[in-house]
Design a protein around this ligand. Structure first.
Ligand code: SF4
Ligand code: SF4
Length: 313
């Protein structure tokens, strides 16, 4: 999985940047609402605290509709250009799986570090065939295939980990924890800087998320099979209606009533309420396919399979 063995040692790509006296290049990619910009702000402040010159450039897509967002961060003694050329990213950090794959060409061959969440946010155009079990036009590569192609790869279910910690939106901080093991800044400084950029009242859960990401990398470095077992567990098996016990959590505060989930649910079991919020009108028809969760641009739906359903597999 990786040539690096200690969390105190930065990855080869970033060590090489200091030796060659060139800027360190970090590319952060994802979709709107995932916290791409927060990661780039944390990196910019940390590198400034260490006396580096920093250049940052960003493109924001249609954030509320899951549009593409990416940010280039370059830091070092002298930085001329704000953008990273193909093949020159020392680290590519992806908050969404397919976005990570789309930018892989930018990673420095051999030594570049790929850090990615395995969770998918499938765009609506990839789900045009609404029949149950229909193929989706979404990246087919598995995390194991991608890890074997890059110099260093850490692919983990960061969103699942953040959910387990009690705040889905801390998934970007889980990835920051993983990222922190490849750069030269001390863990305590990362935590203090992250505190400044997360919403009030979420500092503690974000600290836990950061430590989770660091611990995950430590375990994966000791045992590559650990990393890949987590990465490969992200794809839920397809079950027929009635074969699975599913709970749908719809967060009414986050739901903007855009109707995407209602229109694209393969079983047509969702509807908009009088208050223009998504509701599950036909629970018996729901298969737990997670299309609604993947498509919701506001992260307002979580599909939970119950213990009984998991046990039945
Ligand atoms: S839950 Fe459905 S209606 Fe509400 S924002 Fe998400 S996709 Fe739109
Ligand atoms: S998980 Fe969502 S998209 Fe899939 S059947 Fe149930 S409500 Fe519809």
């Amino acid at each position: 999985m990786t040539a690096d063995t200690s969390l105190d040692e930065p990855a080869e790509a970033t060590r090489e940047a200091s030796r060659a006296d060139r800027p360190t290049n970090i590319l952060i990619v994802g979709v709107g609402g995932q916290g791409v910009i927060m990661i780039s702000k944390v990196l910019a402040l940390l590198s400034q605290m260490h006396g580096a010159e920093v250049k940052q450039s960003e493109v924001h897509g249609m954030a509320k509709r899951g549009g593409v967002v990416f940010s280039h961060v370059r830091y070092g003694k002298k930085v001329w250009s704000p953008t990273i050329a193909k093949g020159e990213a020392d680290v590519l950090i992806a908050l969404e799986w397919a976005e990570g794959l789309r930018w892989l060409d930018f990673l420095r061959p051999g030594t570049g570090v790929f850090v990615s969440d395995t969770r998918k946010i499938v765009p609506p155009f990839a789900c045009r065939n609404r029949k149950f079990g229909a193929d989706r036009a979404y990246a087919k590569e598995t995390p194991a295939e991608i890890v074997s192609r890059v110099g260093n790869g850490y692919v983990l279910d960061a969103t699942g980990a953040a959910e387990d910690l009690g705040n889905t939106r801390a998934a970007n901080t889980v990835l920051l924890g993983a990222l922190s093991t490849t750069l030269e800044f001390p863990a305590e400084e990362w935590e203090n800087v992250i505190d400044q950029f997360v919403p009030k009242g979420t500092q503690e859960v974000n600290r836990e998320a950061f430590r989770y990401g660091r611990d995950w990398v430590e375990k994966a470095r000791r045992d590559p099979a650990f990393g890949l077992s987590d990465a490969n567990a992200y794809e839920a098996p397809v079950l027929l209606p009635g074969e699975v016990d599913v709970e749908l959590e719809i967060n009414e505060t986050w739901c903007k009533g855009c109707d995407i989930c209602v229109k694209l649910c393969p079983e047509r079991c969702l509807a908009l309420s009088e208050k223009h919020k998504a509701t599950l009108k036909n629970p018996a028809a729901c298969t737990g396919c997670r299309v609604c969760e993947w498509l919701c641009p506001d992260f307002a739906i979580r599909v939970k399979r119950t213990a009984a359903a998991e046990a039945a597999e």
